[in-house]
Design a protein around this ligand. Structure first.
Ligand code: SAH
Ligand code: SF4
Length: 385
């Protein structure tokens, strides 16, 4: 029997999970289970508060609700989060969670504390159907979209672990430990559009998790036709994994480029709603030794993005076992950053975080899946691109 089928049988399907439903879906679920129609609004509102402001994990904790209604809820629904299989703490404070989701699949989520913020890097898929040649996740064979419950669940699990749920009667602290979300974990968020959109709607709701639209960044490898819709329907800040300045090189690094080449991708960026100096696009650029890191590349890069309110995030390549690339030297990265900077673009170099626990960009890959493709297979695929 295939491993996944065997694992799926271990996880009971159970009643519907309330986590991850939008308010409308929550009302519809209550109605379908027999809740009186005239109470739907109020009931959904009450539940919303308990689930997302207080983070309760059991209906019995919803003490403002009548015993009878709590029984109705527990008979018809569940509150279920991904299960933490392993939690690793890096020397720099980064926390990496390996989470088990329904079907026995595993995904990784990384919490990165910084001085002025705490960012949760969340996954949108198990694995990724795309095969960017420098990315560890791209070597993972098994792929499925995460449900909104599993996407929102990553935020809830992290807040549980940080102990960041307000206590009744106490004022919440001014500074939030989990203040920002980046969709930069495993998977291509725009290949799971509805799942990501609904989950972000829940995350942004002002009466719940209350994360501002401008504290959420969606990173795409370049699914050009979905970028406009992402702006309209999600409205998060946009990050683009550009990584190269010619189609020839980008075809090799980010193979989706063959479908939507650089010009098409940048046209979609130029049309992104609400683009302004305060809502700039982040272009991510992984620094690969002798591949995309020359002065000529830096100069081409600033020409390509001319006119787009943007910043360039330079990401030193994070190695993983079997990778066919090397990280550019610090002198090279600095020289590249300098050219971009002189052209008027902020060019922060992303400090690799949590490297000791393989939590840095592109290193995510759940343990069960590790080693499915051999280094030789990946090298052959890269060579054949
Ligand atoms: N799939 C989406 C989001 C996840 S990847 C995307 O590709 O945009 C988050 C960022 O890490 C992307 O810019 C990705 O290209 C980059 N990345 C992937 N592998 C990396 C590696 N080994 N070292 C450094 N950055 C990497
Ligand atoms: Fe997928 Fe992003 Fe990795 Fe490319 S870089 S394989 S799109 S996760």
């Amino acid at each position: 029997m295939p491993e996944t089928a065997a694992l799926r049988r271990l996880v009971p399907a159970g009643p519907p999970n309330l986590i991850g439903l939008t308010r409308e879906q929550l009302e519809a679920a209550l109605l379908a289970a027999g809740a009186p129609e005239r109470q739907l609004r109020m009931r959904a509102q009450q539940l919303w508060g308990w689930l997302y402001q207080r983070g309760v994990r059991d209906f019995s904790e919803m003490t403002s609700l009548s015993k009878e209604f709590r029984r109705f809820l527990s008979e018809n629904f569940r509150i279920s989060r991904p299960e933490i299989v392993a939690r690793q703490l890096s020397a720099d404070g980064t926390r990496k969670y390996l989470l088990r989701i329904e079907g026995g699949h595993e995904v990784e989520t990384v919490y990165i504390p910084e001085e002025d913020r705490g960012t949760l890097c969340i996954s949108s898929q198990v694995g990724c159907t795309l095969t960017c040649s420098f990315c560890h996740t791209g070597t993972q064979v098994l792929v499925r979209n995460l449900t909104p419950a599993e996407i929102v669940g990553q935020i809830l699990v992290c807040r549980d672990d940080l102990g960041e749920w307000p206590v009744a009667g106490e004022r919440p602290p001014e500074r939030r430990l989990l203040s920002n979300v980046v969709l930069m974990g495993m998977g291509e968020p725009l290949y799971n559009f509805e799942g990501v959109r609904d989950a972000m709607q829940v995350a942004m709701d002002g009466e719940g998790l209350s994360l501002s639209r401008r504290r959420i960044t969606l990173s795409t490898s370049g699914v050009a036709p979905m970028i406009g819709r992402a702006g309209e329907e999600i409205g998060a800040l946009l990050a683009i994994s550009l990584h190269a300045t010619t189609d020839e090189v980008r075809d090799k690094l980010v193979p989706i480029n063959r479908k939507w080449p650089i010009a098409e991708l940048l046209a979609a960026c130029r049309a992104y709603p609400r683009l302004s100096n305060s809502e700039r696009i982040t272009f991510e650029y992984v620094m690969l030794k002798d591949v995309n890191d020359s002065d000529a590349d830096a100069k081409r890069l600033v020409k390509l993005i001319a006119g787009i309110p943007a910043k360039i995030n330079l990401i030193p390549f994070n190695p993983w076992p079997g990778a066919a690339f090397e990280r550019s030297s610090w002198e090279r990265i600095e020289a590249f950053a300098e050219i971009v900077n002189r052209a008027g673009y902020a060019s922060p170099v992303r400090t690799p975080r949590g490297q000791d626990i393989l939590a840095a960009c592109g290193q995510l890959k759940s343990a069960t899946e590790r080693g499915r493709k051999s280094a030789a297979q990946v090298a052959a695929e890269v060579a054949g691109l």
